[in-house]
Write a protein that binds this ligand. Sequence first.
Ligand SMILES: Nc1ncnc2c1ncn2[C@@H]1O[C@H](COP(=O)(O)OP(=O)(O)OP(=O)(O)O)[C@@H](O)[C@H]1O
Ligand SMILES: Nc1ncnc2c1ncn2[C@@H]1O[C@H](COP(=O)(O)OP(=O)(O)OP(=O)(O)O)[C@@H](O)[C@H]1O
Ligand SMILES: [Mg+2]
Ligand SMILES: [Mg+2]
Lengths: 226, 226
Amino acid sequence: LIEIEDLSKLYQMGDETLKALDDVSLSVNKGDFVAIIGPSGSGKSTLMNMLGCLDVPSKGNYWLDGQKVNKMSDNQLAEIRNQKIGFIFQGFNLLPKLTAFENVELPLIYRKVPGKERKELALASLEKVGLADRVHHRPIELSGGQQQRVAVARALVGNPPILLADEPTGALDTKTGNEVLELMHHLNEQGHTIVLITHDLDIAKRAKRIIRIQDGKLFEDGGDFL
Amino acid sequence: LIEIEDLSKLYQMGDETLKALDDVSLSVNKGDFVAIIGPSGSGKSTLMNMLGCLDVPSKGNYWLDGQKVNKMSDNQLAEIRNQKIGFIFQGFNLLPKLTAFENVELPLIYRKVPGKERKELALASLEKVGLADRVHHRPIELSGGQQQRVAVARALVGNPPILLADEPTGALDTKTGNEVLELMHHLNEQGHTIVLITHDLDIAKRAKRIIRIQDGKLFEDGGDFL
Ligand SMILES: Nc1ncnc2c1ncn2[C@@H]1O[C@H](COP(=O)(O)OP(=O)(O)OP(=O)(O)O)[C@@H](O)[C@H]1O
Ligand SMILES: Nc1ncnc2c1ncn2[C@@H]1O[C@H](COP(=O)(O)OP(=O)(O)OP(=O)(O)O)[C@@H](O)[C@H]1O
Ligand SMILES: [Mg+2]
Ligand SMILES: [Mg+2]
Protein backbone atom coordinates (compact mmCIF):
# COMPACT_ATOMS: atom_id res chain seq x y z
CA LEU A 1 0.00 0.00 0.00
CA ILE A 2 2.72 2.49 1.01
CA GLU A 3 6.28 2.12 -0.27
CA ILE A 4 9.04 4.66 0.37
CA GLU A 5 12.56 4.22 -1.00
CA ASP A 6 15.67 6.26 -0.04
CA LEU A 7 13.63 9.32 0.75
CA SER A 8 15.28 12.45 2.20
CA LYS A 9 13.94 15.85 3.23
CA LEU A 10 16.34 18.74 3.55
CA TYR A 11 15.66 22.25 4.83
CA GLN A 12 17.88 25.16 3.84
CA MET A 13 18.43 27.64 6.71
CA GLY A 14 20.70 30.37 5.45
CA ASP A 15 23.95 28.63 4.58
CA GLU A 16 23.15 25.58 6.71
CA THR A 17 21.42 22.47 5.35
CA LEU A 18 19.33 20.53 7.87
CA LYS A 19 18.51 16.89 7.14
CA ALA A 20 15.08 16.22 8.69
CA LEU A 21 14.81 12.80 6.94
CA ASP A 22 17.93 10.93 5.89
CA ASP A 23 17.56 8.21 3.22
CA VAL A 24 14.56 6.50 4.77
CA SER A 25 12.89 3.40 3.32
CA LEU A 26 9.62 1.98 4.62
CA SER A 27 6.83 -0.24 3.40
CA VAL A 28 3.41 -0.43 5.01
CA ASN A 29 0.90 -3.09 3.95
CA LYS A 30 -2.87 -2.78 3.85
CA GLY A 31 -4.36 -3.37 7.32
CA ASP A 32 -1.08 -2.62 9.11
CA PHE A 33 -1.03 -0.72 12.41
CA VAL A 34 2.40 0.92 12.60
CA ALA A 35 3.66 3.16 15.42
CA ILE A 36 6.54 5.58 14.82
CA ILE A 37 8.29 6.61 18.02
CA GLY A 38 11.15 9.01 18.56
CA PRO A 39 12.38 12.03 20.50
CA SER A 40 11.36 15.62 19.89
CA GLY A 41 12.80 16.91 16.62
CA SER A 42 13.67 13.46 15.23
CA GLY A 43 11.60 13.79 12.04
CA LYS A 44 8.24 12.20 12.90
CA SER A 45 5.97 14.99 11.63
CA THR A 46 8.17 15.48 8.57
CA LEU A 47 7.71 11.78 7.73
CA MET A 48 3.96 12.12 8.16
CA ASN A 49 3.89 15.08 5.80
CA MET A 50 5.63 12.92 3.20
CA LEU A 51 3.32 9.93 3.70
CA GLY A 52 0.31 12.20 3.48
CA CYS A 53 1.43 13.92 0.22
CA LEU A 54 1.40 17.23 2.07
CA ASP A 55 4.98 18.13 1.24
CA VAL A 56 7.48 17.00 -1.40
CA PRO A 57 10.65 15.03 -0.62
CA SER A 58 14.07 16.44 -1.59
CA LYS A 59 14.99 13.03 -3.09
CA GLY A 60 13.75 9.47 -3.19
CA ASN A 61 10.66 7.56 -4.39
CA TYR A 62 7.17 7.10 -3.01
CA TRP A 63 4.48 4.67 -4.27
CA LEU A 64 0.97 4.85 -2.82
CA ASP A 65 -1.40 2.03 -3.80
CA GLY A 66 0.94 1.17 -6.67
CA GLN A 67 1.00 4.69 -8.11
CA LYS A 68 4.17 6.76 -8.12
CA VAL A 69 3.41 9.88 -6.09
CA ASN A 70 6.34 12.05 -7.09
CA LYS A 71 5.06 12.18 -10.66
CA MET A 72 1.53 13.36 -9.75
CA SER A 73 -0.03 16.78 -10.28
CA ASP A 74 -1.35 18.88 -7.39
CA ASN A 75 -4.93 18.00 -8.34
CA GLN A 76 -4.19 14.28 -8.38
CA LEU A 77 -2.51 14.61 -4.94
CA ALA A 78 -5.51 16.50 -3.55
CA GLU A 79 -7.81 13.77 -4.88
CA ILE A 80 -5.70 11.02 -3.24
CA ARG A 81 -5.58 12.86 0.07
CA ASN A 82 -9.29 13.42 0.05
CA GLN A 83 -10.34 9.90 -0.95
CA LYS A 84 -7.73 7.77 0.78
CA ILE A 85 -6.24 9.51 3.80
CA GLY A 86 -7.55 10.85 7.12
CA PHE A 87 -5.20 13.17 9.01
CA ILE A 88 -4.85 13.96 12.70
CA PHE A 89 -2.32 16.79 12.88
CA GLN A 90 -0.07 17.46 15.85
CA GLY A 91 -1.35 21.03 16.04
CA PHE A 92 -4.97 20.02 15.30
CA ASN A 93 -5.28 22.49 12.35
CA LEU A 94 -8.93 23.28 13.01
CA LEU A 95 -10.46 26.17 11.04
CA PRO A 96 -11.00 28.87 13.69
CA LYS A 97 -14.13 30.46 12.20
CA LEU A 98 -15.99 27.15 11.84
CA THR A 99 -17.82 25.34 14.64
CA ALA A 100 -16.86 21.83 15.77
CA PHE A 101 -19.64 20.41 13.58
CA GLU A 102 -18.55 22.39 10.49
CA ASN A 103 -14.91 21.36 10.97
CA VAL A 104 -15.90 17.69 11.13
CA GLU A 105 -18.25 18.02 8.16
CA LEU A 106 -15.58 19.55 5.93
CA PRO A 107 -13.98 16.35 4.47
CA LEU A 108 -17.48 15.18 3.49
CA ILE A 109 -18.16 18.45 1.66
CA TYR A 110 -14.98 17.91 -0.38
CA ARG A 111 -16.29 14.44 -1.23
CA LYS A 112 -19.63 15.91 -2.31
CA VAL A 113 -21.61 13.83 0.21
CA PRO A 114 -25.24 15.14 0.31
CA GLY A 115 -26.27 17.45 3.20
CA LYS A 116 -28.55 15.12 5.19
CA GLU A 117 -26.04 12.24 5.20
CA ARG A 118 -23.19 14.68 6.05
CA LYS A 119 -25.06 15.91 9.10
CA GLU A 120 -25.69 12.39 10.41
CA LEU A 121 -22.09 11.27 9.87
CA ALA A 122 -20.62 14.45 11.44
CA LEU A 123 -22.85 14.26 14.53
CA ALA A 124 -22.12 10.54 14.93
CA SER A 125 -18.38 11.17 14.72
CA LEU A 126 -18.52 13.96 17.36
CA GLU A 127 -20.56 11.69 19.59
CA LYS A 128 -17.92 8.94 19.32
CA VAL A 129 -15.35 11.33 20.82
CA GLY A 130 -17.69 12.54 23.58
CA LEU A 131 -18.48 16.00 22.19
CA ALA A 132 -22.18 15.80 21.33
CA ASP A 133 -22.68 18.76 23.71
CA ARG A 134 -20.05 21.02 22.08
CA VAL A 135 -21.24 20.85 18.46
CA HIS A 136 -21.71 24.60 18.01
CA HIS A 137 -18.52 25.71 19.79
CA ARG A 138 -15.75 27.29 17.75
CA PRO A 139 -12.18 26.14 18.50
CA ILE A 140 -11.49 29.04 20.90
CA GLU A 141 -14.60 28.03 22.86
CA LEU A 142 -13.21 24.55 23.45
CA SER A 143 -10.53 23.25 25.77
CA GLY A 144 -7.24 21.94 24.33
CA GLY A 145 -8.29 18.32 24.68
CA GLN A 146 -11.71 19.02 23.17
CA GLN A 147 -10.06 20.64 20.15
CA GLN A 148 -7.92 17.53 19.70
CA ARG A 149 -11.03 15.36 19.87
CA VAL A 150 -12.68 17.46 17.14
CA ALA A 151 -9.57 16.83 15.02
CA VAL A 152 -9.93 13.08 15.64
CA ALA A 153 -13.63 13.16 14.74
CA ARG A 154 -12.84 15.02 11.50
CA ALA A 155 -10.22 12.43 10.51
CA LEU A 156 -12.53 9.49 11.18
CA VAL A 157 -15.76 10.91 9.72
CA GLY A 158 -15.07 9.74 6.16
CA ASN A 159 -13.96 6.22 7.19
CA PRO A 160 -10.62 6.70 5.32
CA PRO A 161 -8.69 3.59 4.19
CA ILE A 162 -5.47 5.12 5.61
CA LEU A 163 -5.25 7.09 8.87
CA LEU A 164 -2.16 9.18 9.67
CA ALA A 165 -2.26 10.30 13.31
CA ASP A 166 0.39 12.60 14.83
CA GLU A 167 0.26 12.42 18.65
CA PRO A 168 -3.55 12.00 18.61
CA THR A 169 -3.84 11.80 22.41
CA GLY A 170 -1.18 14.31 23.47
CA ALA A 171 -3.70 16.79 24.94
CA LEU A 172 -5.94 14.13 26.54
CA ASP A 173 -6.13 12.59 30.00
CA THR A 174 -5.50 8.84 30.20
CA LYS A 175 -9.16 7.84 30.14
CA THR A 176 -10.14 10.07 27.19
CA GLY A 177 -6.91 9.11 25.39
CA ASN A 178 -7.75 5.43 25.71
CA GLU A 179 -11.18 6.03 24.21
CA VAL A 180 -9.54 7.60 21.14
CA LEU A 181 -7.08 4.71 20.83
CA GLU A 182 -10.00 2.26 21.06
CA LEU A 183 -11.64 4.01 18.08
CA MET A 184 -8.42 3.55 16.13
CA HIS A 185 -8.17 -0.12 17.07
CA HIS A 186 -11.73 -0.60 15.92
CA LEU A 187 -10.95 1.05 12.58
CA ASN A 188 -7.88 -1.20 12.17
CA GLU A 189 -9.92 -4.35 12.89
CA GLN A 190 -12.21 -3.31 10.05
CA GLY A 191 -9.19 -3.44 7.73
CA HIS A 192 -8.06 0.19 7.73
CA THR A 193 -4.33 0.97 7.70
CA ILE A 194 -3.02 3.15 10.55
CA VAL A 195 0.25 5.01 11.01
CA LEU A 196 0.44 6.43 14.54
CA ILE A 197 3.16 8.88 15.61
CA THR A 198 3.90 9.16 19.30
CA HIS A 199 6.72 9.80 21.77
CA ASP A 200 4.98 7.61 24.40
CA LEU A 201 6.14 3.99 24.49
CA ASP A 202 2.94 2.75 26.18
CA ILE A 203 0.94 4.05 23.24
CA ALA A 204 3.38 2.72 20.63
CA LYS A 205 3.09 -0.74 22.13
CA ARG A 206 -0.57 -0.87 21.14
CA ALA A 207 0.40 -1.05 17.46
CA LYS A 208 1.34 -4.22 15.54
CA ARG A 209 4.72 -2.82 14.44
CA ILE A 210 6.98 -0.26 16.09
CA ILE A 211 9.48 1.79 14.11
CA ARG A 212 11.99 4.00 15.86
CA ILE A 213 13.14 7.27 14.40
CA GLN A 214 16.25 9.18 15.47
CA ASP A 215 17.88 12.15 13.70
CA GLY A 216 15.88 11.45 10.55
CA LYS A 217 16.81 7.73 10.30
CA LEU A 218 14.43 4.78 10.72
CA PHE A 219 15.13 1.57 12.66
CA GLU A 220 12.70 -1.34 12.64
CA ASP A 221 13.90 -3.89 15.10
CA GLY A 222 12.96 -5.08 18.56
CA GLY A 223 15.91 -2.83 19.49
CA ASP A 224 17.28 -1.85 22.85
CA PHE A 225 15.41 1.44 22.40
CA LEU A 226 12.22 -0.24 23.46
CA LEU B 1 0.65 34.92 47.73
CA ILE B 2 -2.42 33.78 45.73
CA GLU B 3 -5.86 33.73 47.33
CA ILE B 4 -9.06 32.92 45.41
CA GLU B 5 -12.48 32.94 47.10
CA ASP B 6 -15.77 31.61 45.64
CA LEU B 7 -14.69 32.31 42.09
CA SER B 8 -16.85 31.24 39.13
CA LYS B 9 -16.45 31.61 35.38
CA LEU B 10 -19.52 31.29 33.19
CA TYR B 11 -19.71 31.21 29.40
CA GLN B 12 -22.90 32.16 27.60
CA MET B 13 -23.54 30.03 24.48
CA GLY B 14 -26.79 31.16 22.91
CA ASP B 15 -29.42 30.44 25.55
CA GLU B 16 -27.23 28.00 27.47
CA THR B 17 -24.95 28.96 30.36
CA LEU B 18 -21.83 26.85 30.80
CA LYS B 19 -20.08 26.84 34.19
CA ALA B 20 -16.38 26.34 33.51
CA LEU B 21 -15.44 27.15 37.14
CA ASP B 22 -17.97 26.66 39.91
CA ASP B 23 -17.37 28.53 43.21
CA VAL B 24 -13.70 27.61 43.56
CA SER B 25 -11.54 28.67 46.49
CA LEU B 26 -7.77 28.16 46.62
CA SER B 27 -4.78 29.60 48.40
CA VAL B 28 -1.19 29.18 47.23
CA ASN B 29 1.74 30.25 49.44
CA LYS B 30 5.09 31.60 48.32
CA GLY B 31 7.42 28.76 47.34
CA ASP B 32 4.57 26.27 46.81
CA PHE B 33 4.69 23.72 43.99
CA VAL B 34 1.06 22.88 43.23
CA ALA B 35 -0.18 20.49 40.53
CA ILE B 36 -3.72 20.74 39.19
CA ILE B 37 -4.91 17.53 37.58
CA GLY B 38 -8.20 16.75 35.87
CA PRO B 39 -9.83 15.35 32.75
CA SER B 40 -10.18 17.15 29.42
CA GLY B 41 -12.68 20.03 29.69
CA SER B 42 -12.69 20.12 33.50
CA GLY B 43 -11.64 23.78 33.78
CA LYS B 44 -7.84 23.64 34.17
CA SER B 45 -6.92 26.23 31.52
CA THR B 46 -9.80 28.46 32.60
CA LEU B 47 -8.42 28.42 36.16
CA MET B 48 -4.97 29.31 34.85
CA ASN B 49 -6.40 32.24 32.91
CA MET B 50 -7.91 33.51 36.16
CA LEU B 51 -4.70 33.03 38.19
CA GLY B 52 -2.70 34.76 35.49
CA CYS B 53 -5.05 37.79 35.26
CA LEU B 54 -5.63 36.97 31.59
CA ASP B 55 -9.42 36.84 31.90
CA VAL B 56 -11.96 38.18 34.39
CA PRO B 57 -14.07 35.94 36.65
CA SER B 58 -17.89 36.12 36.47
CA LYS B 59 -18.00 36.33 40.31
CA GLY B 60 -15.73 35.90 43.31
CA ASN B 61 -12.58 37.48 44.76
CA TYR B 62 -8.90 37.20 43.89
CA TRP B 63 -5.95 38.59 45.91
CA LEU B 64 -2.42 38.44 44.46
CA ASP B 65 0.43 39.35 46.82
CA GLY B 66 -2.13 41.04 49.10
CA GLN B 67 -3.64 43.23 46.37
CA LYS B 68 -7.22 42.76 45.22
CA VAL B 69 -7.02 41.92 41.52
CA ASN B 70 -10.67 42.47 40.57
CA LYS B 71 -10.31 46.16 41.32
CA MET B 72 -7.25 46.75 39.10
CA SER B 73 -7.04 48.59 35.80
CA ASP B 74 -5.82 46.92 32.60
CA ASN B 75 -2.46 48.71 32.90
CA GLN B 76 -1.98 47.54 36.47
CA LEU B 77 -2.84 43.97 35.44
CA ALA B 78 -0.35 44.12 32.55
CA GLU B 79 2.32 45.37 34.96
CA ILE B 80 1.63 42.50 37.43
CA ARG B 81 1.71 39.90 34.64
CA ASN B 82 4.94 41.25 33.30
CA GLN B 83 6.78 41.59 36.61
CA LYS B 84 5.46 38.63 38.59
CA ILE B 85 4.24 35.85 36.31
CA GLY B 86 5.79 33.58 33.68
CA PHE B 87 3.32 31.69 31.47
CA ILE B 88 3.61 28.42 29.59
CA PHE B 89 0.40 28.16 27.56
CA GLN B 90 -1.19 24.90 26.46
CA GLY B 91 -1.10 26.08 22.84
CA PHE B 92 2.39 27.62 23.18
CA ASN B 93 1.23 31.05 21.84
CA LEU B 94 4.48 31.81 20.06
CA LEU B 95 4.52 34.82 17.72
CA PRO B 96 4.75 33.28 14.23
CA LYS B 97 6.79 36.04 12.56
CA LEU B 98 9.47 36.09 15.26
CA THR B 99 12.38 33.66 15.58
CA ALA B 100 12.86 31.41 18.62
CA PHE B 101 15.36 33.93 20.01
CA GLU B 102 13.02 36.92 19.49
CA ASN B 103 10.11 35.07 21.10
CA VAL B 104 12.22 34.29 24.18
CA GLU B 105 13.59 37.83 24.34
CA LEU B 106 10.12 39.43 24.30
CA PRO B 107 9.35 39.43 28.07
CA LEU B 108 12.69 41.15 28.67
CA ILE B 109 11.87 43.85 26.11
CA TYR B 110 8.65 44.59 28.04
CA ARG B 111 10.75 44.90 31.19
CA LYS B 112 13.13 47.31 29.44
CA VAL B 113 16.19 45.10 30.04
CA PRO B 114 19.12 46.47 27.98
CA GLY B 115 20.01 44.75 24.67
CA LYS B 116 23.32 43.10 25.60
CA GLU B 117 21.91 41.54 28.80
CA ARG B 118 18.72 40.48 26.95
CA LYS B 119 20.75 38.62 24.37
CA GLU B 120 22.75 36.71 27.00
CA LEU B 121 19.66 35.77 29.03
CA ALA B 122 17.66 34.68 25.95
CA LEU B 123 20.49 32.52 24.58
CA ALA B 124 21.08 30.96 28.01
CA SER B 125 17.39 30.13 28.35
CA LEU B 126 17.25 28.48 24.90
CA GLU B 127 20.37 26.52 25.76
CA LYS B 128 18.73 25.21 28.97
CA VAL B 129 15.96 23.63 26.87
CA GLY B 130 18.35 22.15 24.30
CA LEU B 131 17.67 24.56 21.43
CA ALA B 132 20.95 26.46 21.05
CA ASP B 133 21.03 25.21 17.43
CA ARG B 134 17.50 26.44 16.51
CA VAL B 135 17.83 30.08 17.60
CA HIS B 136 16.97 31.61 14.21
CA HIS B 137 14.10 29.26 13.33
CA ARG B 138 10.57 30.65 13.24
CA PRO B 139 7.83 28.53 14.85
CA ILE B 140 6.83 26.86 11.55
CA GLU B 141 10.46 25.80 11.10
CA LEU B 142 10.41 23.94 14.42
CA SER B 143 8.87 20.62 15.44
CA GLY B 144 5.93 20.56 17.88
CA GLY B 145 8.12 19.68 20.83
CA GLN B 146 10.72 22.29 19.89
CA GLN B 147 8.00 24.97 19.81
CA GLN B 148 6.92 23.90 23.29
CA ARG B 149 10.47 24.18 24.52
CA VAL B 150 10.71 27.73 23.13
CA ALA B 151 7.56 28.52 25.12
CA VAL B 152 9.22 27.10 28.25
CA ALA B 153 12.40 29.12 27.63
CA ARG B 154 10.36 32.30 27.21
CA ALA B 155 8.50 31.72 30.50
CA LEU B 156 11.73 31.10 32.44
CA VAL B 157 13.92 33.81 30.87
CA GLY B 158 12.84 36.54 33.29
CA ASN B 159 13.16 34.36 36.40
CA PRO B 160 9.52 35.12 37.36
CA PRO B 161 8.45 34.76 41.03
CA ILE B 162 5.34 32.83 39.90
CA LEU B 163 5.27 30.29 37.06
CA LEU B 164 1.94 29.10 35.60
CA ALA B 165 2.52 26.09 33.35
CA ASP B 166 -0.30 24.45 31.34
CA GLU B 167 0.76 20.93 30.19
CA PRO B 168 4.39 22.10 29.71
CA THR B 169 5.59 18.66 28.57
CA GLY B 170 2.58 17.51 26.53
CA ALA B 171 4.45 17.58 23.19
CA LEU B 172 7.71 16.15 24.58
CA ASP B 173 9.19 12.67 24.80
CA THR B 174 9.85 11.32 28.28
CA LYS B 175 13.52 12.30 28.40
CA THR B 176 13.03 15.86 27.10
CA GLY B 177 9.96 16.24 29.32
CA ASN B 178 11.96 15.27 32.39
CA GLU B 179 14.57 17.88 31.55
CA VAL B 180 11.86 20.56 31.52
CA LEU B 181 10.46 19.35 34.85
CA GLU B 182 13.98 19.46 36.32
CA LEU B 183 14.23 23.12 35.34
CA MET B 184 10.97 23.77 37.15
CA HIS B 185 12.13 21.90 40.24
CA HIS B 186 15.29 23.95 40.25
CA LEU B 187 13.28 27.17 40.03
CA ASN B 188 11.08 25.99 42.92
CA GLU B 189 14.11 25.18 45.09
CA GLN B 190 15.25 28.78 44.57
CA GLY B 191 11.94 29.89 46.15
CA HIS B 192 9.78 30.47 43.08
CA THR B 193 6.11 29.50 43.24
CA ILE B 194 4.87 27.05 40.62
CA VAL B 195 1.36 26.06 39.51
CA LEU B 196 1.56 23.14 37.08
CA ILE B 197 -1.48 21.92 35.12
CA THR B 198 -1.41 18.38 33.81
CA HIS B 199 -3.61 15.39 33.06
CA ASP B 200 -0.73 13.00 33.77
CA LEU B 201 -0.63 11.65 37.32
CA ASP B 202 3.09 10.76 37.14
CA ILE B 203 3.85 14.41 36.46
CA ALA B 204 1.42 15.70 39.11
CA LYS B 205 3.14 13.54 41.73
CA ARG B 206 6.32 15.58 41.31
CA ALA B 207 4.64 18.59 42.94
CA LYS B 208 4.35 19.23 46.69
CA ARG B 209 0.52 19.51 46.58
CA ILE B 210 -1.98 17.95 44.20
CA ILE B 211 -5.37 19.49 43.56
CA ARG B 212 -8.00 17.67 41.54
CA ILE B 213 -10.44 19.49 39.31
CA GLN B 214 -13.64 18.00 37.93
CA ASP B 215 -16.50 19.85 36.18
CA GLY B 216 -15.18 23.19 37.41
CA LYS B 217 -14.90 22.17 41.09
CA LEU B 218 -11.67 21.79 43.11
CA PHE B 219 -10.84 18.98 45.56
CA GLU B 220 -7.69 19.04 47.65
CA ASP B 221 -7.46 15.74 49.44
CA GLY B 222 -5.46 12.57 49.15
CA GLY B 223 -8.69 11.44 47.46
CA ASP B 224 -9.53 8.19 45.72
CA PHE B 225 -8.92 10.01 42.42
CA LEU B 226 -5.21 9.58 42.89
N1 LIG C 1 -14.82 30.77 25.26
C1 LIG C 1 -15.55 29.73 25.68
N2 LIG C 1 -16.86 29.69 25.40
C2 LIG C 1 -17.60 28.64 25.80
N3 LIG C 1 -17.12 27.56 26.48
C3 LIG C 1 -15.83 27.54 26.76
C4 LIG C 1 -14.95 28.60 26.39
N4 LIG C 1 -13.70 28.27 26.79
C5 LIG C 1 -13.79 27.08 27.42
N5 LIG C 1 -15.07 26.63 27.40
C6 LIG C 1 -15.56 25.40 28.04
O1 LIG C 1 -15.17 25.43 29.39
C7 LIG C 1 -14.77 24.13 29.84
C8 LIG C 1 -13.42 24.20 30.49
O2 LIG C 1 -12.42 24.44 29.53
P1 LIG C 1 -10.85 24.42 29.89
O3 LIG C 1 -10.12 24.90 28.69
O4 LIG C 1 -10.60 25.14 31.15
O5 LIG C 1 -10.59 22.85 30.12
P2 LIG C 1 -9.24 22.07 30.46
O6 LIG C 1 -9.43 21.43 31.81
O7 LIG C 1 -8.10 22.94 30.26
O8 LIG C 1 -9.25 20.88 29.38
P3 LIG C 1 -8.06 20.22 28.48
O9 LIG C 1 -7.34 19.25 29.37
O10 LIG C 1 -8.84 19.55 27.37
O11 LIG C 1 -7.20 21.32 27.99
C9 LIG C 1 -14.84 23.21 28.61
O12 LIG C 1 -15.94 22.35 28.70
C10 LIG C 1 -14.96 24.14 27.43
O13 LIG C 1 -15.78 23.61 26.41
N1 LIG D 1 10.34 24.36 7.73
C1 LIG D 1 11.44 23.94 8.38
N2 LIG D 1 12.60 24.60 8.20
C2 LIG D 1 13.72 24.19 8.85
N3 LIG D 1 13.78 23.16 9.71
C3 LIG D 1 12.66 22.48 9.95
C4 LIG D 1 11.43 22.82 9.31
N4 LIG D 1 10.48 21.97 9.74
C5 LIG D 1 11.09 21.13 10.62
N5 LIG D 1 12.39 21.43 10.74
C6 LIG D 1 13.37 20.69 11.55
O1 LIG D 1 13.32 19.34 11.15
C7 LIG D 1 13.48 18.48 12.29
C8 LIG D 1 12.35 17.47 12.32
O2 LIG D 1 11.11 18.10 12.64
P1 LIG D 1 9.79 17.25 12.91
O3 LIG D 1 8.69 18.27 13.04
O4 LIG D 1 9.62 16.20 11.88
O5 LIG D 1 10.11 16.57 14.34
P2 LIG D 1 9.20 15.64 15.25
O6 LIG D 1 9.87 14.32 15.35
O7 LIG D 1 7.81 15.68 14.78
O8 LIG D 1 9.33 16.32 16.70
P3 LIG D 1 8.23 16.60 17.85
O9 LIG D 1 8.08 15.31 18.62
O10 LIG D 1 8.91 17.68 18.66
O11 LIG D 1 6.97 17.05 17.21
C9 LIG D 1 13.53 19.38 13.52
O12 LIG D 1 14.83 19.44 14.02
C10 LIG D 1 13.07 20.74 13.04
O13 LIG D 1 13.77 21.79 13.68
MG1 LIG E 1 6.08 16.44 15.49
MG1 LIG F 1 -6.55 23.05 28.91
